[in-house]
Design a protein around this ligand. Sequence first.
Ligand code: PLP
Length: 383
Amino acid sequence: MELFDVYQQYDIAPVRGSGMHVWDEFGRAYLDFYGGHAVISIGHGHPHYLEALREQLDRLVFYSNAVRNPLQERLARLLGEQSGYADYRLFLCNSGAEANENALKIASFHGGRSGVIAFTGAFHGRTSAAVQITDNPGIRAPLNHDMDVRFIHMNSAEALEQALRERPAAAVIVEGIQGVEGVVEAGDEFLRDARALCDCFAAMLILDEVQSGYGRTGDFFAHQRSGIRPDLITIAKGMGNGFPVAGVLIHPDIAAKRNMLGTTFGGSHLACAAAIAVLEVLRDENLAERAAAMGEILRSAVGSLPGVREVRGRGLMLGIALDRPAAPLRKALLQTHSIFTGSATRTDTIRLLPPLVLTEEHAMEFAGAFGSVLSSTFQSATA
Ligand code: PLP
């Protein structure tokens, strides 16, 4: 059997990782400024994380949600303490898309509506149809029968107000910072307006923090700088540092009904052990603070390089917008300097999503390499 060929890939096969680096099968080291797509939060192979996983492996890998799982309760407690959302409830699942599906369902069940407002440039996942082909009316929210999606421009309170006035919506869903688009921020003022408008029109505000959460931007969640409290917050990626685990944080006013949500693997014992270890490391090593500080160092090291138009984002979620296509630069960074970076829908943008254990030396190594590929691509373009 061969693999279904859907991914655009570099011909590199990492086989080992530690901290900010991965090594390929020939022993070549790569500096990871991509974090496996914002997944590696506490660094590759963190000893505390590995120990927690090994211990749990020896005890119990999985039992289904038909029984109580004290690790889920411990994870919820820790996540509540560290995120500032101790009064919210947690539903655990397996991926970012699934977390968003569940958040939308909760909003739709709660308000009995089927409309969703999303924003141009948004990325919330790739799943689509499983519940439509499931013959069990009890688990279908109104939007599963008749989903009405509207895209409007982000950062325009007027556009949002108009859309909400036009037709009722179950939910407005927004990324804390749009990642895949190329690190585009939802402004603090806009988030506050969105909160007020959702209250006024009885729509739920869902913050997708799948990429921007877990300390990456310097706050536990990117939206927290604005001071708002969403109704629902979705998390995944950095939560498990590579072990698939995701969740929805749910406002205490939203009532749970038996069976409205569910998943076979969600919140397994091993997944919870991984997620707990990640939170412990984030807390004990002050990684959110570090992300904020290292982000500033990176921003000032690359912001004034010739060819850089702007640096968007915060902490260790940065989008470097260039005066030229980003793809050749990313290729040169990888081939010549062994540095992984991320792409974006905006083709002029390089995305940086490194593990939060990045040091000043790593930041300087990146800036030096980036300056050198910028001047060499500029020279070859003008030669
Ligand atoms: N939401 C955001 C903001 C994302 O960036 C992604 C993935 O990149 C997703 C949701 C989907 O997550 P997953 O690939 O785990 O389903």
